[in-house]
Ligand binder design. Structure first.
Ligand SMILES: [Mg+2]
Length: 194
């Protein structure tokens, strides 16, 4: 039985929006780590205009609302959940994001939409938003970011945000206490927790 409104922060790409091609991402990360020895939690930023256009096409093509968005809408309508969108997408993609959200008529379900205006590193930006809004839960699909945020929350010592992870088929073997195959499962777990 839910007694209070649950504040939930949701990442956009891979959590609210599902891209069938996201499965290649862990492969890229693996190659970077093993072949190039890149271990830093640092993200490539497309600087040139042509790179930004290419990046935008990659992001806008073939993304759909995730399985679980209908449940989210329902719980927001009933007043059980307060949903906040947090995306670390680079700012040149802001218009794409709003266009997508409006195409699926999702804007009204989010109490706030938090965009990475200053192009901060994604994990830093998300941590800042978690601190700002004091979410009960934050749902994220990037394992490196989940690890970072979870560790930071665990060591915070105060009332902290639970970090829920939407995993990929390719990293399903990674052990984590709050891992889910898609959004619907994560939301159901949140409701069962309360
Ligand atoms: Mg994501």
């Amino acid at each position: 039985m839910i007694k209070r409104v649950i504040k939930v922060g949701l990442d956009f790409d891979g959590v609210v929006a599902y891209n069938p091609f996201r499965i290649i991402r862990p492969v890229v990360a693996f190659v970077k780590r093993k072949i190039f020895g890149v271990n830093k939690l640092e993200f490539w930023y497309p600087k040139a205009r042509w790179q930004q256009i290419y990046w935008a096409i990659l992001h806008e093509s073939s993304i759909f609302p995730s399985k679980g968005v209908d449940l989210l809408k329902d719980l927001v309508d009933k007043g059980y959940i307060e949903a906040h969108l947090v995306t670390a997408r680079y700012s040149f993609l802001d218009n794409h994001l709003y266009r997508w959200i409006d195409r699926y008529k999702l804007r009204k379900y989010f109490k706030t939409i938090n965009l990475n205006k200053n192009d901060e590193q994604p994990h830093i930006f998300k941590e800042r938003m978690i601190e700002k809004h004091k979410f009960d839960y934050f749902i994220e699909d990037n394992w490196d970011i989940v690890k970072y945020l979870h560790t930071r929350q665990e060591t915070a010592g105060k009332k902290h945000t639970k970090i829920y992870w939407i995993y990929n088929i390719l990293d399903h073997f990674v052990a984590y206490q709050h891992k889910f195959p898609y959004l619907k499962k994560a939301i159901e777990a949140i409701i069962n927790q309360e």
